[in-house]
Design a protein around this ligand. Structure first.
Ligand code: GSH
Length: 218
């Protein structure tokens, strides 16, 4: 059984969505945010204190997009993964890495310096600069989604899941008003997907059952 540690709205939503899309069995463990501070026991499992943490037998993984790639290749074959023999293979990998390294990284600075830090340490200039950085990088998504329904390979793939999460995060930190028209339409389409709705419901239900309130949406 795969175990996924998750905080409401956090990057661990990527593997949660992937698990739902693939119909795999999993156990979802909810943590308060930030677990590093509020769930000290968790540090014994993941010394980084970050989420996600996915445990599959002896394996532990802590990179949200990497876990999606792992699930698709390990428990596939699935059309969610673009194979090495397909023309879109490199493009697929580029989106997979782009999702966290290029898109989510500036978002976390916006979040941190506009909401997470105590008032006296907040920094509007950092928040504004990195919001602009994020929206600039998002042009790559705006360009591609003008012509096609999904990011690559002519079908819905794990790349749409990992980039889709960055759009969810942008929405929750107040950046979606600045989405271009193609990204806005793409984000609306992603939210209509059954697996996305199931993942949102699984996260909500697990939070209620485990009595972990969504303290911060991120
Ligand atoms: N690159 C990692 C980043 C993991 C990460 O930093 N997660 C954040 C939540 S979205 C976290 O746990 N922050 C709490 C902390 O740093 O204590 C990934 O893609 O999963």
């Amino acid at each position: 059984m795969i175990t996924l540690y998750h905080c409401d709205g956090a990057r661990s939503f990527r593997p949660l969505w992937m698990l739902e899309e693939m119909g795999l069995a999993y156990e979802l463990k909810m943590l308060p945010f930030p677990p590093r501070v509020l769930a000290k026991d968790y540090l014994a499992l993941n010394p980084l204190g970050t989420i996600p943490l996915m445990i599959d037998g002896d394996l532990k993984m802590t990179e949200s997009s990497g876990i999606c790639h792992y699930l698709g290749t390990k428990y596939g074959p699935t059309p969610l993964i673009v194979g090495v023999d397909e023309p879109a293979y490199g493009t697929f990998l580029n989106w997979m890495y782009f999702s966290d390294a290029t898109l989510t990284f500036p978002q976390t600075l916006v979040l941190r310096y506009s909401r997470l830090e105590p008032e006296e340490r907040r920094n509007p200039q950092v928040a504004t600069d990195y919001a602009k950085w994020f929206l600039g990088r998002l042009r790559a998504v705006e360009t591609v989604t003008g012509n096609v329904e999904t990011l690559c390979a002519g079908r819905f793939t794990a790349a749409d899941i990992v980039i889709g999460y960055a759009l969810r995060l942008a929405d929750s930190i107040g950046l979606s008003g600045d989405f271009g028209p193609n990204v806005a339409a793409y984000w609306a389409r992603l939210q209509q997907r059954d697996s996305y709705k199931r993942a949102r419901e699984a996260e909500r239900r697990a939070g209620v059952e485990q009595k972990v309130a969504p303290r911060l949406r991120l």
